[in-house]
Write a protein that binds this ligand. Structure first.
Ligand SMILES: Nc1nc2c(ncn2[C@@H]2O[C@H](COP(=O)(O)OP(=O)(O)OP(=O)(O)O)[C@@H](O)[C@H]2O)c(=O)[nH]1
Ligand SMILES: [Mg+2]
Length: 321
């Protein structure tokens, strides 16, 4: 036995890499709250990343994502894999993401060390993922979780953002939603690596499946081979097929280069967000100037483009100073 370990002085970092659940929980808390040493912890784990398979679940509220995630996690356990679950948006007005954790704990995985669950708040009404989400994925990866599952509500931006983090993005919808199929067509279809029609026990499930398959068949390139899978999350039906599809997709897209590519686009997004935030802050502290220019625009002394350009120049100069 390692002396340091038996003396209980094994560092958090070592315990995290060894996959200890308590260390993972502690590490997440440290990073989430930016407690002492959070940056160092994140930079030290970098060489150990890229081993987890990251699977994102998104889709409209109430489609059955949490129920399906629960079954998917159990299926991963049956396949001998350890799992980390990140439930984004505990503030969901419909069920509350925190319910996810309760549900999994209530099942036969309750005393299972192989399942680690964490809820994270989403950011604002747009439902964007908080910057912490990517870091928590990394911590779970460093802790050796074979599969990391991310559940987000597909309202606003989170469903697009999830694709930056996930190797495989699963879009979950429910049958009998004529309008929803339109909504799905409008954007969410583009991000799906695997499409799920959950609640296949309900009426119109077959039509919805057929509609989606027909829609996908019309697409060329990437979209055409997106599998569409019917599931009944409440009974677990179809979850084995879903896990198979995720395995196949993950093998195809989980290459190191793809992961690097995703990291690069994540970085781009963070740069843009950082810039936006700074400009926003500056706008607040330049409220008087903005009002003055606004009045000039209103008096037609200045056109809006010219005014905003002037402001932006002044703001960027202040930011540099
Ligand atoms: N009939 C039927 N009901 C289901 C199925 N899957 C989930 N449900 C029910 O649908 C409701 C919503 O399920 P959730 O898993 O909470 O859905 P969700 O997508 O996570 O919801 P939000 O997190 O609020 O977006 C619950 O009452 C589930 O029991 C299914 O396959 N068939
Ligand atoms: Mg849910």
């Amino acid at each position: 036995v390692d002396r340091a370990e038996s003396a209980g002085t094994f560092s958090l970092y070592d315990r995290l890499l060894a996959g200890e659940a308590a260390a993972l929980a502690r590490a997440i808390t440290i990073v989430e709250n930016r407690l002492d040493g959070w940056r160092e912890l994140l930079s030290r784990i970098q060489p150990h990343l890229g081993r987890s398979r990251v699977v994102g679940f998104t889709g409209p509220p109430g489609a059955g994502k949490s129920t399906l995630v629960n079954e998917f996690v159990k299926e991963q356990r049956r396949r001998g894999r350890t799992v980390g679950v990140i439930a984004v948006d505990p503030s969901s007005p419909v069920t509350g993401g925190a319910v996810l954790g309760d549900r999994i704990r209530m099942t036969d995985t309750s005393l299972d060390d192989g399942v680690f669950i964490r809820s994270l708040a989403s950011r604002g009404q747009l439902g964007g993922l908080s910057p912490t989400t990517a870091k928590v994925v990394d911590l779970m990866d460093a802790a050796g979780r074979n599969v990391v599952v991310l559940e987000t509500v597909g309202a606003g931006q989170s469903e697009v953002e999830v694709t930056h983090l996930a190797d495989t993005t699963i879009v979950v919808c429910a049958p009998g939603l004529g309008d929803d199929v339109q909504a799905i067509k409008a954007g969410i279809l583009e991000i799906a690596d695997v499409l799920v029609v959950n609640k296949s026990d309900q009426a119109h499930a077959k039509q919805t499946l057929a509609q989606l398959r027909a829609m996908l068949a019309l697409r060329r390139g990437k979209g055409a081979d997106v599998p569409v899978i019917g599931t009944i999350a409440t009974s677990g039906e179809g979850v084995g097929d879903l896990a198979d599809a995720v395995d196949i997709n993950g093998d195809a897209v989980g290459s190191p280069e793809e992961r690097v590519g995703r990291r690069v686009s994540l970085l781009r997004r963070l740069i843009l967000e950082g810039a936006m935030q700074r400009v926003r802050d500056r706008c607040e502290s330049n409220d008087d100037l903005i009002s003055t220019l606004g009045r000039a625009v209103q008096r037609a002394e200045l056109d809006p483009e010219e005014a905003s350009e002037r402001l932006l120049q002044s703001i960027l100069m202040q930011a540099e100073a």
